[in-house]
Design a binder for this molecule. Structure first.
Ligand code: NBP
Length: 481
């Protein structure tokens, strides 16, 4: 019989997704890979799977029932364009091409437009959860048309992760909305990881506990409000002992963090949208800083704090609890900023994104899966147009509980000379939002001084300019800026 769904690209992600699809009742999965050896390998390794293999794009199209639905899982960028071009040649109007790779959302918007002109549906789909997620149930973020979703939805619901009885997939919005949300998911992931790393570093430096002992701290945290996949794996990593040296593995891993670019995309996009995702930005920059050994080498002798040792005589348990509070508060900020970027992206690109539904599909399958996301879902359920997530009652209460500890920890990190960029920038963001008056007023004055950029006043309507190089009287100006 003909296949009801197809997969192009049988590297790790594609082959696992194809196996996941084939494991569901009623699915026959058409598979195709540019190089035949990968296809043959997949067939040999998984004889039980209900696959129909093809070795050309023509045969692949012929093996699919209409309307044809195919998921592309190839390297993002040029390879994806190449495969789309080939599929467009052999598919027909009404068929559905899905890109499940890590595409930049602006590429997805461009591709969707181009493919739509042929009458074929194009769906950009974020897939999170890595290899294991693809096989056992990822978090899936499809964009594209309502028509495509009608066909695709039931298939995706059958392969997605399940969180509290609900499949971790929702039709995020049109064209590039799915890939946009996947991008921000990755940005939040960067922030969450950096915050955890800062918490570990502070505990280690302040209490002198070993990585294995700190693993116990994280395991304990994972039983409370911080419960999440990232906290769980942090305990695993910290507990790991290097077989070769007998040292904690974390002490033999080179301290230079890599990145594949989605954090940077999230920050670049946020800059364009004017959304202050400072936690994500700091996390991305912290990876960059770590990856410049030549700069770190020449900077090692820079003077550090000259005062007394602020870390001496700390009560370890009390300190750890303060760090936990600081981590929780900073995490609330990071997610609030990420969701703010999604909200702003939706406004800019005309997507109707249900932020509560997005938080729910993050609860399973993906890297940032956590209990915490239920709180976000509740916040948006209660107030769908909530302008700042962290002002939801639950978070206000949590921040109120945490903020004194958060301030202590940021102050202590600064006094001790321990970098905590994500902790401290999150706190600065929080205080920035809270501020009755911001020094932005002074900046407007400076801008007016050197560039006649004008300003508005607190006490009356209109736009004004001071004649700085003249008699310094104020005139009402045309609002041109
Ligand atoms: P890769 O990103 O390593 O891509 C390898 C696949 O791309 C192979 O099937 C290869 O075919 C195919 N390909 C290339 Br390269 N150029 C091609 C072309 N011109 N025409 C046709 N096929 C071409 O695979 P992956 O790690 O499985 O990831 C697949 C996608 O999923 C990527 O976009 C990735 O960013 C995304 N993703 C990955 C993860 C993860 O955890 N790894 C998670 C979420 C999303 P060949 O066998 O003939 O060379």
């Amino acid at each position: 019989g003909r296949a009801n769904i197809g997969v192009v690209g049988l590297a790790v992600m594609g082959s696992n997704l194809a196996r996941n699809l084939a494991s569901r009742e009623g699915n026959t999965v058409a598979v195709f890979n540019r190089s035949a050896d990968k296809t043959e390998h997949v067939l040999e390794a998984h004889p039980e799977a209900n696959f129909v293999a093809s070795f050309s794009y023509e045969d692949f199209a012929a093996s699919l029932a209409k309307p044809r639905t195919a998921i592309i899982m190839v390297k993002a960028g040029r390879p994806t364009d190449f495969v789309i071009d080939e599929l467009v040649k052999v598919f027909e109007p009404g068929d559905i091409i899905v890109d499940g790779g890590n595409a930049l959302f602006t590429d997805t918007i461009r591709r969707e437009k181009a493919v739509r002109d042929t009458g074929i549906n194009f769906v950009g789909m974020g897939v999170s959860g890595g290899e294991e997620g693809a096989l056992l149930g990822p978090s899936i973020m499809p964009g594209g048309s309502d028509e495509a979703w009608a066909t695709l939805g039931p298939i995706l619901k059958s392969i997605a992760a399940i969180a509290e009885g609900e499949p971790c997939v929702t039709h995020v919005g049109h064209d590039g909305a799915g890939h946009f949300v996947k991008m921000v998911h990755n940005g939040i992931e960067y922030a969450d990881m950096q915050l955890i790393a800062e918490a570990y570093d502070l505990i280690r430096q302040a209490t002198g506990k070993t990585p294995a002992e700190i693993a116990d701290v994280f395991a304990e945290w994972n039983r409370g409000e911080l419960e999440s996949y990232l906290i769980e794996i942090t305990a695993e990593v910290l507990r790991q002992v290097d077989a070769e040296t007998g040292k904690p593995l974390v002490d033999v891993i080179l301290d230079q963090a890599g990145a594949k670019g989605t954090g940077a995309w999230t920050v670049q996009t946020a800059l364009d949208l004017g959304v202050p995702v400072s936690g994500i930005a700091e996390a991305t920059f912290a990876r960059s800083l770590s990856s410049h050994p030549e700069q770190r080498e020449v900077s090692r002798e820079l003077p550090g704090p000259s005062g007394t040792d602020v870390l001496a005589g700390k009560d370890a348990d009390a300190f750890i609890e303060q760090v936990r509070m600081a981590l929780y508060a900073s995490k609330i900020v990071a997610y609030s900023q990420g969701f703010d970027e999604i909200r702003a992206g939706a406004a800019q690109y005309d997507w109707k994104i249900d932020l509560g539904a997005v938080s729910k599909i993050f609860r399973g399958g993906c890297i940032i899966r956590a209990q915490f996301l239920n709180r976000i879902a509740e916040a948006y359920d209660a107030e769908p147009s909530l302008p700042v997530l962290l002002t939801a009652p639950y978070f206000v209460e949590a921040l109120g509980r945490a903020q004194d500890s958060w301030r202590d920890i940021v102050a202590l990190a600064a006094a001790a000379g321990i970098p905590a960029p994500a902790f401290s920038s999150s706190l600065a963001y929080y205080d920035g939002l809270r501020a009755e008056r911001l020094p932005a007023a002074l900046i407007q004055g400076q801008r007016d001084f050197f560039g006649a950029h004008t300003y508005r006043r607190v006490d009356k309507e209109g736009t004004f300019h001071t004649l700085w190089s003249g008699d310094r009287t104020e005139i009402e100006a045309e609002d041109t800026h």
